[in-house]
Design a binder for this molecule. Structure first.
Ligand SMILES: *Cc1c(COP(=O)(O)O)cnc(C)c1O
Length: 363
């Protein structure tokens, strides 16, 4: 088999070693005579899978003891609703920093549930950057400030995180969790759907400071309460056991790679190959994000004068050459290469080479 050069935005590439290990354990999990996904989630075997994944995440991200790690379902999109349901008490306001498509979706859901406002926005700059901390105005009654650490569609990423005193910072890290070290103690909550950087779809990781989830309003249904899942160690109801298992394998792979600092350097090195081609193309390729804020996970770019014909040609020829997923999101068009942790250096080197040759043929 030849592996495709997979630049999919999500679900996305998973390390080959992880897929192979899952394959080896697929039919007969550790000699049990059955697959993991056939087992009770109350079995000692699954409890170990659940606990090991948590422990490894805590170790890799250096998560303090007063934070819970939850494995939930419903994707990051369900978190958009659960956050205000649980944290926006009567009289409180959710403050949202608007950096593009995903931030906008989070805000929209919060407005359905309670009072939510835009505390800062880069809309006037076509979301080419993230707002500076000094541009963000937090209302007095703010229950939290919500940011999107990496805008998967627009391709902008926070390089450092703003702080707002006692107001907890909540980050949607769906598309850049574990791509670099972060100081978890600076956040009230971090959440991420797994299908970009953590493994397959089906599980959402929530890392949350205990005091924030101590008293959710009484009227919230059990499945949508953080305290339900925290008390039950993510085993309140049937968990997505196979997805959690896969996340555990990905975490082991990350540890084997040397942890988050090593992965950050790896991600910088591999995206540099592609950003260099863009920067040195004399304007043939144009990055959609400002250099200071551009993402190491989603490289968004256009071909000069937003030439859609040439972009179509680029996509068609890239597909013929074994590249997958280079079409920009349907809402914004253009081109996008998603270079998550599991995307190997060779894929990025091959794309850089393809881009140079495409330019030579078409400039
Ligand atoms: C993909 C993505 C989401 C949506 O995740 P689902 O798991 O599909 O709900 C939310 N936020 C960001 C930043 C994303 O990249």
């Amino acid at each position: 088999m030849t592996r495709a050069y997979n630049f999919n935005a999500g679900p996305a590439a998973i390390p080959l070693e992880v897929l192979e290990q899952a394959q080896a354990q697929f039919v007969d999990y550790e000699g049990a005579g059955m697959a993991l996904m056939e087992m009770s989630h109350r079995s000692a075997t699954y409890e170990k899978v659940n606990q090991e994944a948590q422990d490894l995440l805590r170790e890799l991200m250096n998560i303090p003891d007063n934070y819970k790690i939850l494995f939930l379902q419903g994707g990051a999109s369900t978190q958009f609703a659960m956050i205000p349901m649980n944290l926006l008490a009567e009289g409180k306001v959710g403050a949202y920093v608007d950096t593009g498509a995903w931030a906008g979706k989070a805000l929209k859901e919060a407005k359905i549930v309670g009072e939510a406002v835009v505390a800062g926005s880069s809309k006037e700059d076509q979301y080419m950057r993230v707002p500076q901390a000094s541009e963000i105005v937090v209302p007095d009654q703010a229950a939290y400030v919500h940011i999107t650490s990496n805008e998967t569609i627009g391709g902008v990423q926070y390089k450092s995180f703003p702080q707002f005193g006692n107001v907890p910072l909540i980050a949607d890290m769906s598309s850049d969790i574990l791509s670099r070290p972060v100081d978890v103690s600076k956040f009230g909550m971090i959440y991420a759907g797994a299908q970009k950087n953590l493994g397959p779809s089906g599980v959402t990781v929530v890392i949350v400071r205990e005091d924030l989830i101590a008293e959710s309003p009484k009227h919230i249904p059990a499945m949508l309460r953080y305290d339900t899942h925290a008390k039950a160690n993510s085993l309140y109801n049937t968990p997505p056991s196979f997805s959690v298992y896969m996340v555990g394998l990905v975490l082991k792979w990350i540890k084997g790679k040397g942890g988050l600092a090593a992965l950050e350097q790896f991600n910088l090195d591999k995206t540099k190959l592609i950003y260099d081609v863009i920067d040195e193309s004399n304007g043939f390729y144009q990055g959609c994000a400002n250099k200071e804020d551009r993402s190491t996970m989603n490289i968004t770019f256009r071909i000069k004068d937003q030439n859609e014909e040439l972009e179509k040609k680029f996509i068609k020829e890239s597909e013929a050459a074994g590249f997958v997923g280079l079409k920009g999101h349907r809402d914004v068009g253009g081109l996008r290469a998603s270079t998550y942790n599991a995307v190997p250096m060779e894929s990025c080197a091959a794309l850089a080479q393809f881009m140079k040759e495409f330019q030579q043929r078409n400039a």
